[in-house]
Design a protein around this ligand. Sequence first.
Ligand code: 5GP
Ligand code: ZN
Length: 122
Amino acid sequence: MTPNEMDDARDCIFCRIAAKKLPAKFIFEDDLFFAIEDSAPQAPVHILVIPKKHIPEIRYISSDDSGLMERWFRTAMTIAKGRGLEEAGYRTVINNGSGGGQTVSHIHIHLLSGRKFHWPPG
Ligand code: 5GP
Ligand code: ZN
């Protein structure tokens, strides 16, 4: 990380949660990822699947991250499967940038389930 990115990581809610400096309801953690219950759930199941690496937005994903990206989606899928969501289905969302509704600048997959979802999204 560049010095600027390290500053960002120090101020980042999700980096602070990963470092156990802020509380959260963890439902999964390994060396590269963690998953927590969203503090303002928008569905009966609302889980955030988060890489521990501080990547602020999709545009900062590098080619070095290709394995990480594959594991990221596999982790989300495994959590969904573990919750028994595969049959009913679920929605995965990545809000990106302020225009995309992103409010925390550390990429995360929203894993949502337990109600009907509409298209187009709000
Ligand atoms: P975004 O708006 O960036 O796509 O998603 C950020 C999500 O993080 C929101 O759904 C918001 O409710 C959740 N969130 C923000 N701060 C916290 C926190 O401190 N703890 C937890 N568990 N979720 C948070
Ligand atoms: Zn971060």
